[in-house]
Unconditional design. Structure first.
Length: 87
């Protein structure tokens, strides 16, 4: 993997984290950040599930049938042949 980071951040990173610990440091930092994002998403979903407006919309969607009437389902399979014009 290749990453680009701002110069100032790269300088701090190289200065503070020993060379042999950089991969581990980045792995832990990424893991922590991804977990925070997951937790934020879970909190947002929980909050949405408690919102009366969202619950009302969800109830409306649940009332929609899974079967959708296809307008072409009743259409004939083949076009009728046209009468040929003779002159």
């Amino acid at each position: 993997m290749t990453f680009s980071v701002p110069d100032e951040l790269a300088k701090k990173f190289v200065k503070r984290v020993p060379a042999r610990e950089r991969s581990k440091f980045l792995a832990m930092a990424l893991d922590r950040s991804l977990k925070q994002e997951d937790n934020a998403l879970v909190r947002a979903c929980l909050a949405a599930n408690e919102n009366p407006d969202i619950l009302a919309i969800e109830k409306e969607w649940d009332a929609i049938s899974d079967r959708i009437a296809e307008p072409w389902a009743a259409a004939p399979k083949k076009r009728p042949k046209r009468a040929s014009k003779t002159r």
